[in-house]
Write a protein that binds this ligand. Structure first.
Ligand code: 13P
Length: 256
């Protein structure tokens, strides 16, 4: 059986100035111990303006938290006012990039095709995409959850070789559970993640067994344990609760 190291990623969205971000990452590091890092890979995804400050803090204090970005543009460089390229992120020691978050798909109109270009660009730059997928409440009620995540995962990974896919992380985030306080039941999340795992197998074969699939949507210290007890859930992509270092540390410790 393949063992996948759990991954806990904090998506800070449009919160925390670079000064606040430094404080949060330092406080988080005070609350975590070696055994936490041994068991779980920890990632923080600050806003672009805080990436450099968080990187230097992690380096200077030798904190074993990985740096993630929340978005990227697929081109290497060019006339794309306001965008940030994969190489710019890679040079900041960014290891993970959230791609295709539902907020980017819904608010900024990102298509499956554009998300796929980003996935491939992130991998080409030596970083790991956290490819997000998930259904709306209407889709869930219409019984379309499985078809939606199958489509998003298949399209998101088009043209990615099985060898490159080892770097991929997938996050299942039901849109109705994001920022609402409503979590998918641990069993429902596990069932949809099983569908995602089967989809991965059809797209990248055996490599699917090594790909971590996270759950996201109102993860809190109080539900982390139950979610992490599910066999198919390999970690969490945490929004609101990751802004607070105490809460995020307790999630990383599975609600201890
Ligand atoms: P919340 O944890 O605030 O529901 O956000 C989830 C999310 O969108 C993480 O990417």
């Amino acid at each position: 059986m393949t063992t996948r190291k759990p991954l806990m990623a904090g998506n800070w969205k449009m919160h925390h100035t670079h000064l606040e971000a430094i404080q949060v990452v330092q406080k988080l590091s005070y609350r975590l111990e070696k055994k936490d890092y041994d068991r779980t890979e920890v990632v923080v995804c600050p806003a672009f303006t805080a990436l450099r400050s968080v990187q230097t803090t992690l380096d200077a204090d030798r904190i074993p938290i990985a740096l993630g970005a929340q978005n990227v543009h697929p081109e290497e460089k060019g006339a794309f006012t306001g965008e940030v390229s994969p190489v710019m992120l890679a040079k900041l020691n960014v290891r993970f990039v959230i791609v295709g978050h539902s907020e980017r798909r819904e608010i900024f109109g990102e298509t499956d095709d554009f998300v796929n270009r980003k996935v491939r660009a992130v991998l080409a730059a030596g970083m790991q995409p956290i490819l997000c997928c998930g259904e709306t409440l209407e889709e869930r009620e219409a019984g379309e959850t499985d078809a939606k995540v199958q489509r998003q995962v298949t399209a998101g990974l088009a043209g990615v070789s099985p060898a490159d896919a080892t770097g991929v992380v997938v996050a299942y985030e039901p849109i109705w559970a994001i920022g609402t306080g409503r979590t998918a039941s641990a069993e429902d999340a596990n069932a949809t993640i099983s569908v995602i795992r089967k989809t991965l197998r059809s797209v990248v074969g055996e490599t699917a067994a090594t790909i971590r699939v996270l759950y996201g949507g109102s993860v809190k210290p109080g539900n982390a344990h139950e979610l992490m007890a599910q066999p198919e859930i390999d970690g969490a992509l945490v929004g609101g609760a990751s802004l607070d270092p105490d809460d995020f540390a307790r999630i990383i410790q599975y609600g201890r």
